[in-house]
Design a binder for this molecule. Sequence first.
Ligand SMILES: Nc1ncnc2c1ncn2[C@@H]1O[C@H](COP(=O)(O)OP(=O)(O)OP(=O)(O)O)[C@@H](O)[C@H]1O
Length: 446
Amino acid sequence: MSDEKAQKAQNAETTGTIPAQSRGHDRPHGEVLLKVTGLQKHFPIRKGLLKRQVGAVHAVDGLDFEVRSGETLGVVGESGCGKSTMGRLITRLLEPTGGTVEFEGKDITHLGVSGMRPLRRDVQMIFQDPYSSLNPRHTIGTIVGAPFKLQGVQPEGGVKKEVQRLLSVVGLNPEHYNRYPHEFSGGQRQRIGIARALALNPKLVVADEPVSALDVSIQAQVVNLLDDLQEELGLTYVIIAHDLSVVRHVSDRIAVMYLGKIVELADRDSLYKAPMHPYTKALMSAVPIPDPKRRGAKSERILLKGDVPSPISPPSGCRFHTRCWKATEICKTVEPPLAELKPGQQVACHHPENFEDQAPQETVLLSAAKEAAELVPEAVLEESAETSAAVAAEVAESAETAEPAEVAEPAEVAEPAEVAEPAETAEPAEVAKADGAGETQESTDK
Ligand SMILES: Nc1ncnc2c1ncn2[C@@H]1O[C@H](COP(=O)(O)OP(=O)(O)OP(=O)(O)O)[C@@H](O)[C@H]1O
């Protein structure tokens, strides 16, 4: 939990805004609550009378991450990249095909229904669509009270009283206990879904696109409600969203997913200040920044080429290479590992932004990259070239003060002209990738 959040939580406690019957979690903040290792979900594709398996949808393909107590982990990525599947795997609504899920140090990967029963209290999910996730034939009293019935829990003061308390916690009128979902607006229905998720005082709440079905004007209210509840009840969140605008304000850390993999995982500030994966940079450019100083400034939106490739046969090497403006041969052949290149910032990229090139010997852009570069504004390419030149200079400078043997390599990075080696060019038409993409764009245009 960030300092700001911790402070707000403390204030909430001292001002007594925590509802009387709610129990905060005594688990120390920052301790690992959920640990996911090599998580995989391949949905089989079957054909014919015998339903033989002919392939698989690689929806989630090897995720490693942790969620710490009290924090909010935002998960973003385009539609179809496996975010919802990941959410359903960690709440064990789906059975993984590979990897492990540990909750409070206990392996829950293959727990059966009875083994999962006690855990269902601790891990709850909020769904995207507040219209279809609430049974239209049940009153909201029945809906919010259902978890008590399912778990055989008798709250202090009775179910009705507790449900009414939960309704007021989420900002609804407790007197509306006997009303039906259709009598509520979208935002109010999502509040009902939140009240239901909170009924059993969970430790972890996974919210799958909790506001995308709502009007923009209502989205902020629901996001703020989730934020306030976290402070008051000591909740831990995994919030799934398809763009960065929703998770931006509430997340402590953000995982960026692409085609079933995490391509970048970093604390929010580092990610916003200096995104390292080109895909993160593209996602960020799609979020409008309400900064009056930048009004009228040249648009820097990065348009990605085409759709996300099929998860049935994902691209080789780095899965983003077919749409990346920096891709070279190594990106096509070798999958970059998710490595911590800066403290608290993990990235899976051979040619990261705002950091030293991880494969400086790879200088020839793929033709797909040259096409993609045409969709990236000049300003972005220039900035990219500037930052990589600055990082290269920094590396060269630190190398000068280090052992002589280490000097030679960074010097190559610092001088683009020496890197562009036409003799090494695989295809004569291909343009050598110089130090930064800015030069690349120029050469491509010629
Ligand atoms: N039950 C299933 N059987 C087969 N394929 C599935 C199943 N559920 C999801 N998929 C596929 O897995 C991939 C990932 O889907 P998922 O819903 O997790 O992505 P997402 O990032 O949450 O997208 P969206 O934001 O559109 O929900 C998609 O290609 C989807 O078609």
